[in-house]
Design a protein. Structure first.
Length: 160
């Protein structure tokens, strides 16, 4: 008997999120990949409206992605993980301060969001480049600094 491994369908991940109606923004390095930047990552990062956790979780349950904690615990922590063989980091804070004290508010970022096709016929929402740069300043690790540099180059090319 031959065992079959788990096959993850990235387009179904994005399709499921889109159909859920959850206000979810793709952030992190996967957002840079969607913009065509040459970076590698092994997970997905979303900033989710705090009121949309149940819809988001239910949409990803058929993909066997399960939350690491209850909705109530996630509201307290401001983040949680959906995982199985894949990992989806989810931020649920209404606002986050960057390392230099700039307050970034989800509703403001959502209002400026852009839709990006991530696979043929499947789009996802993500922050505009300026807001994506701001999300990279939440932790400002060494790789975030490099990502900011790449995003600034892209912004110059796009004339934003």
């Amino acid at each position: 008997m031959q065992m079959q491994g788990y096959v993850f369908d990235e387009s179904e991940l994005f399709r499921s999120i889109s159909r859920s109606g959850a206000r979810a923004l793709l952030i992190g390095r996967r957002a840079l990949v969607a913009l065509g930047l040459p970076v590698l990552t092994g997970d997905y990062d979303f900033w989710l409206h705090i009121d949309d956790m149940v819809a988001f979780n239910e949409a990803l349950a058929p993909l066997e992605l399960y939350p690491s904690c209850t909705v109530a615990a996630a509201r307290t922590r401001g983040r949680y993980v959906l995982e199985n063989d894949e990992r989806v980091d989810v931020f649920v804070a209404r606002a986050v301060n960057t390392i230099d004290g700039v307050r970034v508010v989800f509703d403001d970022v959502w209002a400026r969001r852009r839709s990006v096709e991530v696979t043929p016929g499947v789009a996802t929402c993500m922050p505009c480049i300026d807001d994506l740069i701001a999300t990279k300043r939440f932790a400002a690790r060494a790789r975030d600094i490099e990502d900011i540099r790449l995003l600034e180059l892209l912004r110059e090319e796009d004339g934003e």
